[in-house]
Write a protein of this length. Structure first.
Length: 204
């Protein structure tokens, strides 16, 4: 005779199939995580590299900014001086803590030049090409001794900020005024001599 035992293993096969499917999903997710981790590592390395380059570039430009030998400032749209170098601090008589992010350039400009410079500040942002990039003005430092300044200024590309360099031309302007005065004195003396010669001729 034959004895047959039949068992319904449908549930077990379904569970095995589900487990196999879940294992495959887990394996695929693991591979995806591994790929993502690899990508993150690559991106992190690239970011580290970029940060190093940025730091090197920033250090380079900060060195240039500080040691160019010219007074330089970065000016915001609201007229605040956001950054100044040591030469500007020496020229103005104020230190970095007093200037950077706190002081408006308008507080350092002679009252007679303020309206003209304010108009240039607005024009530089409204119609960039129409604004002057170099002109003279009078700066009033902490000491109160007015200085003649040659300003070179332009906006930083892609921003509403300006970068400006200031050259103290007070000695040159004083020399020019002295030469003008001497020329006027010589011209007056020449006219006086010519008048005396004319008088001598008439008397002769």
């Amino acid at each position: 005779g034959v004895i047959a035992i039949v068992r319904d293993i449908s549930e077990r096969k379904r569970i095995e199939f589900d487990l196999l499917q879940k294992n495959e999903e887990i394996f695929a997710a693991y591979n995806q995580i591994a790929a993502t981790e690899e990508e993150l590592r690559y991106n992190y390395k690239e970011l580290e590299k970029s940060q190093l380059l940025l730091a090197a570039g920033e250090e380079k430009y900060r060195t240039l900014f500080e040691h160019t030998g010219t007074a330089i400032v970065v000016i915001e749209e609201d007229r605040t001086i956001s950054l100044s170098n040591a030469e500007f601090q020496r020229l103005s008589g104020y230190n970095a803590r007093e200037i950077d992010g706190k002081m408006h350039w308008t507080s350092l400009v002679h009252a007679d030049d303020l309206e003209r410079m304010s108009a240039q500040h607005r024009l530089r942002r409204e119609r960039h090409g129409a604004a002057l990039t170099s002109y003279e003005f009078r700066l009033v430092p902490r000491s109160g001794e007015v200085r003649d300044i040659l300003l070179t200024i332009d906006t930083i590309p892609g921003t509403r900020k300006s970068v400006a360099s200031l050259m103290d031309v007070t000695p040159i302007k004083a020399l020019e005024r002295d030469l003008t005065r001497k020329n006027e004195e010589l011209s007056a003396a020449y006219q006086q001599i010519a008048a005396a010669e004319d008088e001598l001729r008439i008397n002769y």
